[in-house]
Design a protein around this ligand. Sequence first.
Ligand SMILES: *Cc1c(COP(=O)(O)O)cnc(C)c1O
Length: 408
Amino acid sequence: MSSADEKDGGPLSPATRLVGAGRKPEWTRMPDRPGAIVSPPVWRASTILFDDVAHLRRAGQNTHEAFYYGRRGTPTTWALADALTGLEPEAAGTMLYPSGVAAIAGALLAILKPGDQILMVDSAYDPSRSMCNGLLADFGVEVVYYDPLAGAGIADLITDRTAAIFLESPGSLTFEVQDIPAIVAVARARGIVTLIDNTWATPLYLPAMALGVDISIMACTKYIVGHSDVMMGSVTANARWWPRIRARAYGLGQVVSPDDAALTLRGLRTLSVRLERHRTSALAVAQWLAARPEVAGVLHPALPSCPGHAEWARDFKGSSGLFSFHLAGGGEAERAAFIDALALFGIGYSWGGFESLALPVDPEKHRTARPWTAAGPLVRLHIGLEEPDDLIADLERGLAVWRDAMAG
Ligand SMILES: *Cc1c(COP(=O)(O)O)cnc(C)c1O
């Protein structure tokens, strides 16, 4: 940690760190000229030219944040990785990947070997499940799914082959909040590595590594980029795991484009203001929906009705813009009528951009450890940066169309 990361009386708050993150003088200044630019520039490279053969020999010895070859990055990618590491004070380093899914694969392939077992949360992002059932199974890793509300009870599932516990909190689509400290305590006592998909909260709202999680993964595609125009993933790890994460990423040849890294770093600068707006608007919309007769239930971690709400209140510093709700009846056609009637919500995958989205989701298709029984068709909303009153008026129109569909 450099002196710029501290103020009298303790570390700087995350919003302040976001502004200075990754702006090392050697990346923003020219050696022999006064002055500095604000944002690290876009450095494109494959070949790096060495000064002489002695430099070439020396350069191979430590290739971290040092010129070596384009695949090992340039100051543009180092600045983004450095900035993400700075968000988790317990972190030793961050590797970048061309998508969130690539980051999850990179982390799992770094820590697991044939014969190992991984405990995977049942509410995980569906491509994470597919990766477990496909890639990991092909490589001889056994996958056991566990109840997202297991807490310390996860100890009952552990065998002498359990190498890793994967968390995602809140769960994709269903938003159960996990008891992270209880699971970490079980894992730590047995030398089992813990990983979390921290895409929903980001380290600003869930300082996962401060709670003892070893490896924190993000689909930066979502809130870090924030503008729905770049794919990017990251894995941030503590000192115990960082060398293995890095070595495997190098071995797999993972690289990201410097243009994408620069855009992601630009998104990161405004994360705190965007998240605050997503938080307040999503909460307003969720509370409005919860009071509507057309709605059977709202799954939002900041509402007391959400499974794991007490754990959310204890461990999280905020809630973001993504949540789900149940329509009070009907089926596929009525749900589609509701979503199609919305004017301000786009229909599409991903989330975390400035725009609002609505998606029909069916978690019951994916669950195995804790079967999902729905109160009615589920809709996932991402609340963007629009005025919440406009979004509520749009949802009200959609619910009127749903009522007509139900009556007709
Ligand atoms: C979108 C998402 C991912 C995957 O990110 P991509 O960049 O789309 O590959 C991983 N985890 C969660 C929770 C996500 O929502």
